[in-house]
Design a protein around this ligand. Structure first.
Ligand code: BG6
Ligand code: MG
Length: 217
């Protein structure tokens, strides 16, 4: 039986992925008068703010000096934080509040394993800060997703080995990171996440008994 659950945040716990990409779209429109295609969103999911910006600039075939790069990343974050003003517990994705409650009732420890440096503020706004026993700090890990570091750090924060934990993700890079960490990957989303050990179509479908059965078999 698993003893810990390591959660991604954006797109798993909260409906915030849309705010990230909207902020990037506005920034790119303002500075480069360009539009980003919907398909690019998946490549910016799960990866750090800086890696997201690299993906976007590569797509546009634009290179900028490092000072401008930092300024763009900072401006995106300011716009993103402003957009988060509207965030309330209503933005918790379907099924997640119940899933968290079930995990707690079963005595399973919860950790956040998000690439986002805004994780603590978001959990606070969602009213979920107290539900988490540990929050891994993405600023303190050597490599971002798809590297396993943040999931390893999250397990460590719970005093557990990754092998004793499940990881829950909605991004391709995130599932790869869980698998590399040794934790058991549970994905929420489409077929692009079929490298997960177990996949549900959406957060509303997350099923504790199915996860337990799959983990134990
Ligand atoms: C991840 C998102 O959770 O956090 C990415 O999926 C984002 O899209 C990353 O780039 C970093 O977030 P932040 O809040 O630190 O800019
Ligand atoms: Mg995510």
């Amino acid at each position: 039986m698993f003893k810990g659950a390591l959660f991604d945040l954006d797109g798993v716990i909260a409906d915030t992925a849309v705010f990230h990409f909207a902020a990037w779209r506005n920034l790119v429109k303002k500075y480069f008068d360009a539009d980003l295609p919907d398909e690019l969103e998946e490549k910016t999911k799960g990866v750090s703010r800086e890696d997201s910006l690299r993906v976007i600039l590569d797509h546009l075939h634009i290179s900028v000096p490092s000072e401008e790069f930092s300024r763009l990343a900072q401006e995106k974050n300011e716009a993103y934080i402003e957009a988060l003003d509207v965030l309330t517990p209503d933005y918790i994705l379907p099924g997640i509040a119940d899933f968290i409650q079930t995990l707690q009732e079963k005595g399973i420890k919860l950790a956040l394993a998000s690439a986002s440096k805004n994780g603590p503020i978001i959990l606070e706004k969602l009213g979920l800060a107290d539900a988490f026993d540990a929050i891994a700090d993405p600023a303190k890990v050597a490599a971002g997703k798809p590297a396993p570091d943040i999931f390893k750090a999250a397990a460590q924060g719970l005093g557990l080995a990754p092998e004793e934990c499940i990881g829950v993700e909605d991004a391709v890079a995130g599932v790869t990171a869980i698998n590399a960490s040794g934790a058991y990957s549970v994905a929420v989303g489409g077929e692009e996440l079929d490298h997960a050990k177990l996949r549900f179509e959406s957060t509303a479908d997350l099923d504790f008994d199915k996860i337990t059965e799959a983990f134990n078999s």
